[in-house]
Design a protein around this ligand. Sequence first.
Ligand code: UTP
Length: 462
Amino acid sequence: MSLKEDLTRFGQAHLLRFESQLTADQRERFRQQLAQIDFPQLQRLLANQDETVDWSALARSAVPPPAVRLDRQHPDFNSQQAVETGRQALADGRVGLILVAGGQGTRLGFDQPKGLFPIGPISQRTLFQMHCDRLLALSRRYQVSIPLFVMTSPATDAATRAYFEENDRCGLAEEDLIIFCQGSMPAVDAATGRILMATTSSLALSPDGHGGLVAALERHGCLEQAKQRGIDLFTYAQVDNPLAELCNAELIGYHLLSRSQLTTHVVKKRFAKEKVGNVVSVDGKVQIIEYSDLPDTVAEQRDAAGELKLWAGNIAVHVFDRTFLESVVASADGLPFHRASKVVPFIDEVGKLVEPQTANAIKFERFVFDLLPLAERAFVVEGDASQVFAPVKNANGAAVDTPNTAQTALLNLHRDWLTAAGAHVPDSLRVEIHPHWALDADDTKRQLAELDIAFEADTFLR
Ligand code: UTP
């Protein structure tokens, strides 16, 4: 069947409208874009447009997930056991790290991939450099190499690769840095389902969401590569959280002790309608209900102690069994797609650029947290937000989740480590700690036992 017949069958023949005007090169690239599109899948997604989840009903049957809480003893295991178990797994070289860095970072308004954002409050280290520094310090602590799998998207791939090349892979060994690119999905016209064109020779494409991770890991042979290296656990974080405790031994330990396939680090919500995903359990399956889908009455529910019943806020830090990801790849459907109404510029039938003011298009995205209900066993571990979560989402000036708030959180954490170790840091000074100097409060204590530091200016301890 010719391409034209194929496209006609899927109601997308308009895509060939400008083909006769293209140069051979443009035509080749355009055909490559078309070849990447799974038209039957897109047709299924468009056909199911009216299928909606009754979140309200779902939320009403939601209960707190199986979890280890910070302020109470778990009946089956304790923190010390978890830390020891996790440390052993790390030392045995069973753990790899995935960082997702394919997002377009529109809210931050930074013109490069977010991983290149200089976030170190004093050092000005980039987000990538900070994560790699931590990884290298962990490698040193456990005397093992921990491979880093960085997921990019067509929007961030070239600049990310160039960055790592120009910066000596941020210190990582060549075999320990694996960069792979996620897939794209076309944006379609909301009224007609027709794929929008960005120019006469290109489609309006965007990354297929962080949930594109699972298919991308498989497509690029990362799961196989990990298996060959003896890695059966992946820790996962988003590039834009400089506080993420990558490869946290306690989290990994709880994952193993609870025999979970997917364990997620969460924080206690500060108030009922906080803008985070709610990690809950429905009919025995752990899943996330977005804050916008949680009815107020459900969000406000309290337990006997007067605490929020649905307390667990998603921070997108997880541990996956490699075999679990392999089973999702092998399943027929993989992760579901979510649709979002967006403003997407496009060219009209005469090739003129149209820049709509209101949402005109539907984009399709997969989310990593949709892995949760697919797991036979999922587990939840509470972390302290001030120690593990400071996302960089918005530009400075916004009320929350900005570079400024992340830097303040980082400085506060490091100040806490120093103060707990007996140091005096004047309020007017800032101290940033490199993971090579100390990875945590205990390391800080050991360092200060041997050093006598008087803080007289902003200091970068490294
Ligand atoms: P966000 O959903 O916060 O998106 O991604 P973003 O791109 O960082 O920012 P906005 O919404 O455009 O302002 C959370 C994490 O998931 C990654 C991002 O790189 C970030 O680490 N991500 C998101 C991907 O890797 N791929 C995607 O398709 C989407």
